[in-house]
Design a protein around this ligand. Structure first.
Ligand code: SF4
Length: 230
């Protein structure tokens, strides 16, 4: 077995154990091998699309019963820049896509300010289902849902992560620090550089912080570019 295949197998087993504990549900050997190789399976779906299909009916936490639509994530499956928010809001819950409401429109404009298009990045949330009335996620909901995001990150293999807001940042970093302690620093999440900025919903309520948010994105882009082969 090659080192790369062993690494993927170990990552897959870690994710599977996080998600299902000691219970094993593998459809068949071909499916497992295709997932490990990150290849498209029969039917032409990418491994990420297959994964979406596998988990889209999830009801492992109570939000599965109150959501309208499951929100997997969207964007470029080969993106090197991945943004992670908190949870779907009302518009996202209705459309099944992340960051499509007013917050999403602002995020699109902010990305454009640093020369990025939405299609170039991948966007997901800590939770895949909307908490009622946009309340904060409960710790148990985060614990239950997080292995899905971790698996997405393993499949996309971004070169930099941008955490949007305190909930995403604290969850990924296992920190209780406030935004002042989280921003303007280069963090690591499972060996991937991570930058923290404001959630766009916060910026809609606090327009005076918008330029700081754009500067955070510029900082993230600079960190990403610094690590690109010349
Ligand atoms: S929030 Fe996550 S764990 Fe809870 S039902 Fe939705 S997909 Fe499943």
């Amino acid at each position: 077995m090659t080192d790369s295949l062993r690494e993927r197998l170990e990552g897959f087993l870690r994710w599977y154990h996080d998600l299902y504990g000691g219970n094993w549900y593998v459809e068949n050997r071909e499916t497992l091998e295709a997932l490990l190789r990150g290849e498209a399976a029969a039917g032409g779906d990418s491994a990420l699309e297959q994964f979406h299909r596998q988990i889209q009916d999830c009801t492992r936490c109570p939000l599965g019963k109150t959501r309208t639509r499951f929100v997997f994530g969207s964007g470029n499956e080969n993106a090197e820049i991945m943004l992670i928010g908190e949870a779907p809001g009302r518009d996202e819950d209705l459309q099944g896509q992340p960051f499509v409401g007013r917050s999403g429109q602002l995020l699109t404009k902010m990305l454009a300010r640093i020369g990025l298009k939405r299609q170039e990045v991948y966007i997901a949330n800590i939770l895949k289902c909307r908490p009622p009335n946009n309340r904060n996620p409960e710790p148990a909901e985060v614990d239950t849902c997080l292995p899905y995001l971790q698996r997405q990150i393993e499949m996309i293999q971004p070169k930099i992560l941008i955490a949007l807001g305190k909930v995403a940042a604290q969850t990924l970093l296992g920190s209780e620090a406030g935004m002042a302690g989280l921003r303007n620093r280069l963090w690591q999440y499972r060996n991937i550089p991570l930058i923290v900025t404001f959630h766009p919903a916060y910026l809609l309520r606090n327009e005076s912080a918008l330029e700081e948010g754009v500067r955070d994105l510029q900082f993230a882009l600079a960190q990403y570019q610094k690590n690109q082969p010349r």
